[in-house]
Design a protein around this ligand. Sequence first.
Ligand SMILES: [Zn+2]
Length: 353
Amino acid sequence: MVFPPSRIPDTTASPSNPPAEARSEGRVPLAVGIDIGGTKVAAGVVDGRGRILAELRRSTPGRDARAVEQVIVELVGELAARHDIEAVGIGAAGWMDLAGERVVFSPHLAWRDEPLQATMESLLDRPVLITNDADAAAWAEWRFGAGRGHERLIMLTLGTGIGGALMIDGRVERGSFGMAGEFGHQIIMPGGHRCECGNRGCWEQYASGNALGREGRELAKKHSPMAAGLLAAVHDKPKDITGNVVTELALAGEATAMELVAEVGDWLGLGIANLAAALDPALFIIGGGLSAAGELMLEPARRAYSRNLTGRGYRQEAVIAAAQLGPTAGLVGAADLARTRLGAQPRPGGRGA
Ligand SMILES: [Zn+2]
């Protein structure tokens, strides 16, 4: 992440990993993390060890940006009445500018080139950091979860699409224009399924919860005998077959669902091999709703990765591991980024943030 120079006394230093706070018992400042999803806005008070001390949720009020801002004000006000909050981190799907001041585009919300940081700082009367939700989740896993001790990692959150973030030397790499990490839109099948981005054959059309649901529905609509278990689970309504439905059936041992999940794992591993060829991280962390499938997906992903990796047999292979923080990673990461980047207190051990 890159933030306005006035906010960063020393941009070359990074917070410790594992967090220094985990080793000392001194008072650590608190921050609120906000995770704006398509259906829910979650807000939580997070301490220096990544623990959520209090959490509130509201429905996302449609696409109306002003109404979303008002919900954030209410949630922060409610939490600040009971906790000493020094900064607020707001994470949402979308592209943020490199300065961390504006939301360039957010798919679920009406923000278009919106100066959200200034707006929210004036409404909340506190320092505010805005961040992409996948970047926030990567930060949280690096600080408190599966990424501890790794200096170079890629986080992939598999849900409706693929959220991605690249961490190098303890910072989220945003690229030259703030758009790095859009791994889900690497074209993996030219002429393939149409993607929301407008292109065809994007990776997220093959290795996401949405892809899993689509494959299940397709099978059911063909009246394949293989689809009997899927159809029984949705009372013969193919349109009700979602990625979650298929995942749950797979975890319960339904053979076709397990096969569909493994297929998604194959695509996942293929895309990861491409990323390894370009970026060579030691660790890929897999989070998001679809990661509930666990080893049913990760094991085929590892095999496909090894099968497609360039230089295989002559290089070290990256670890492909499940995320550890679950669905609150984005909230925890947004709060911790805000606290470590914007907090008034010096970092424990005197390290700048
Ligand atoms: Zn796309």
